[in-house]
Design a binder for this molecule. Structure first.
Ligand SMILES: [Zn+2]
Ligand SMILES: [Zn+2]
Length: 309
């Protein structure tokens, strides 16, 4: 098969011929139909998320089941499934037993600890693969639901109860989550890189009641802020924007250092927390909600063209 392989950090992926992997035990073999690029893939390539090389990245995968492992019985040949970042967990540790498998110390991640989807084929554990909802027949449009959507959704759920919601960074995750937030009746305030009026306009068109530079303050105090840009200085900025008792939630796997800030910005029982990975439950809940909204996915094409060459 053709695969795009990361052989050295900060270098472009290289096209390589590899044997088609074999599904063993509870695995399925997929013919990859689409694999979206996540910011995490770029963090891996840049060495900001430690990885063992060589590696096939890619963890927002849509594929067709073409082979079943010996004990695999969840899917049928020909089924269309999605693979997310979470590739496997131990199922036994305190995290796994308490519904926090996203924190499992033995978790295996797709496109990091096992080969990902920037290839013509890949295998997956059947229990960590998702049946796809109706309403997303286009493979490329379905792919971003698998991480931008699912992990964005986990961050969004941490702001449960917030009526005024700030979104810092308006890219893959935020453009999906704003649709869910508006559907659930929240007021969304979008913060972009200073001067990015084009994105601010898109955010308003998608339902934001206000959009502006991340260095400015919104017209109202926020109940919670979700940070999707991997930019540490946004944490103190967002703290200033949330009310007493409000939360600042960072959704990314990597962030530049957070600068020091006056304690008064945290005081008032404000909360800073991070989001790590996803649970299968996050994924199931999100895929059930997405077609109800319905969440529309905007896609820029690139990868498949590289593979076809
Ligand atoms: Zn991702
Ligand atoms: Zn575990």
């Amino acid at each position: 098969m053709k695969a795009m392989v990361l052989k050295a950090l900060k270098a472009p992926l290289e096209l390589e011929e590899r044997p088609i992997p074999v599904a063993t035990h509870d695995e399925i073999l997929l013919k990859v139909k689409a694999c979206a690029v996540c910011r995490t893939d770029l963090h891996i390539i840049d060495g900001e998320v430690p990885a063992t090389l060589p590696l096939i990245p890619g963890h927002q995968i849509i594929g067709e089941v073409i082979e079943l492992g010996s004990s695999s019985n969840r899917f049928q040949l020909g089924d269309r499934v999605g693979l997310p970042w979470l590739g496997h967990t131990c199922g036994k540790c305190a995290f796994c037993r308490s519904g926090a498998e996203n924190l499992c110390d033995k978790a295996i991640f797709t496109g990091l600890d096992r080969s990902g989807g920037f290839a013509e084929y890949c295998t997956a554990k059947e229990d960590f693969s998702f049946p796809l909802p109706d309403g997303y027949p286009d493979d490329a449009q379905a792919a971003p639901l698998l991480c931008a959507g699912m992990i964005g959704y986990r961050a969004y759920r941490m702001a449960e109860g917030a009526e005024r919601l700030g979104l810092y960074g308006f890219g893959a995750s935020a453009h999906l989550l704003i649709q869910l937030a508006c559907y659930e009746g929240k007021e969304c305030f979008v913060f972009t890189r200073p001067g990015d009026e084009k994105t601010q306009k898109v955010a308003r068109e998608m339902g934001a009641i206000w959009a502006g530079d991340s260095t400015t303050t919104a017209p109202e105090l926020l109940d919670a802020a979700l940070i999707f840009a991997p930019v540490g200085p946004l944490i103190p900025e967002a703290l200033k924007a949330v009310r007493k008792g409000g939360s600042v939630i960072s959704a990314g796997i990597h962030m530049s250092d957070i600068p020091s800030f006056p304690y008064k910005h945290l005081f008032g029982e404000r909360i800073i927390r991070s989001v790590a990975n996803l649970t299968r439950r996050d994924g199931e809940e999100f895929l059930a909600l997405a077609p109800k909204v319905p969440i529309a996915v905007q896609v820029k094409y690139g990868g498949p063209r590289i593979l076809d060459n």
